[in-house]
Design a protein around this ligand. Sequence first.
Ligand code: ZN
Length: 476
Amino acid sequence: MSMFDTIIKNGCIVTMNGEREILNSSSLGIKDGKIAAIGKELGDNGSEIVDGAGHFILPGFVNTHTHVYQALIKGVGYDMHFNPWNIRYLVPIISKMNPRHARVSARLNAIEMIKSGTTSFSDHWYLHTDFDNIESVTEAFDQAGLRAQMIFGFLNESFAGRSDTSDSNQVLKEDGELLERASDFIKRRHGWNLTTVGLGPGSTEDVGTDLFKKIIKLGKSSHVPLVTHIAGWVEIVSRSMERYGMRDLEYAHSLGFTGENSIAIHGVWLSPDEIEILAETGTAVAHNPVANMHLGYGIAPIPEMLRAGVKVGLGSDGAASYTCDMLEIGKTAAMLQKVRKMDAEALTAEKTLEMLTLGGAAVLGQSGETGSLEVGKSADLIMIDRNRPHILSGGRAVPQILYSARGSDVVATMVNGKFLMKESKVLSLNEEEVIREAEVCRAELLEAGGEKTRSLLDAGWPVSGASWRGKNGKIS
Ligand SMILES: [Zn+2]
C-alpha cells in the first residue's frame, strides 16, 4: 500500500505556517484528504506523483463573501452606486430566478473559483424566490468539491432599502417561514460533506428588529455563524442614526449580533469605537475592496482594523467586482490602502497574502482545516505555474504571487486532497457544458427582466456620465 495518496514534488512551498516558512525544492505528501508530510525527501511511495518543479504551492484562497447568483448576469449594470445598482439593475432580473438558474449560477461561479485558486468561500444566498434555490446551489457546490459556507439569507422588510416595487416584493418573505426554513436548512446541510451553514440577515435596514433578534437567537443556539452587511454604504449609517439613534454596527451590537462566530460584511463606515467593538467581541470582517470601489462605497479602514486585532478576510462580493479572482482582489486591497494612507507600507504583500489565506480561514471559522499548509490540516492547495514571463524564478515569492501573478496562472486546485483542477483542466465539472447551460439561463433571465433590463443592454455609448443614464441623463 502506498504511504501517500498524492505526492507533489519539488515545488516552492509557501506554507503560511507559524514561522511563515517558504520551502524551495520541497515536497508535500497527502493522505486521506490531509497533509501528511512536508519535506525535501518524501520518496516516491505515492499512488499519484505530481511534478511541482517550477510551481509555487500555496494554501487555496478563501473568498469570505460572494453572491454567486450574480455570476450569471454580469455585464448588464455597471458604474452605479448602491442604488440604482440594486433596484434598477438587479431586482428586475433576480426576482425571476428559479432553481435551475440558481444551480447553473453556482456551477459557473465554482468553475471561476476553481480556475483562479479559491478553495473555500462563503456565499450569502437571500434569493428565496423559490426555497429550492439554495438547495440547488448547495448541491452544485458539493458536486464542484469546494469547501462551501452557505449563508441562509433573510429579507423581510425591504431589498436594498426598498419595498415599493412588485419586483422587490418578490424577494421578501415572511418571518415565520424564513426562520422555519433556515432551521431546517441548518439541520440538513450544516456539516454535510464540505458544506457548513450560517445565517445572514440582509442588512439592518432590510430586516426588522424583531426578526433580526430571532435570527441571532437561532444562530447562537445552533452554533452557526451570523453574517450581515454592516456599514457598507454611507446611507445606511445615516438611516440607522435616524431610526435607532445609533451607528450601524453599534445597533447590530446592541441586538447581540457581535461575537466570535459573527462576520460583518464591508465595514467601510466604522467609527474608531466600532472598530473597538469588533476587536473586543472577536467579530470578523469580510472586506470587498473591488466591489466597494466599483459601487463608490468608500475605503474600509483595514490597517486600523488589523492593528486593533480584528480578524479580516477578503471577498469578491457579487458582480460588482466583475471578478472572483482573489489575486486581483488581494492586489487591489493592498494598493488601495497605500494610496489612502499615502504610505507604501500601509498594507504589505505579506499581510495581504495572510488575509487571502489564514485570515479568510479565521473569518469563516475554518482555521483548524484550511488557510495554511501544515501537517494535519486538510489538503486545500493550489499550484501557480512560474514558467511565465511575468513570474520568473528568482526574486521573493510573495510579491511575485500577490503583485504579478493572476488567477489564470493557477494550474491546479485541490480541496480536501482531491484535485478539482489539474494541468489547467477542471475535473469536477464539465466546463464547456456549464458555459452552454449558463448562456441559456442568462438569456432567459435577461428576457424575464423585461424593458428595464433591455434598456440597460441597449443603451448607446454615453454622451456624458454612465451608459444607464440614457439620453436625458436620468434613471429610466
Ligand atoms: Zn454582499
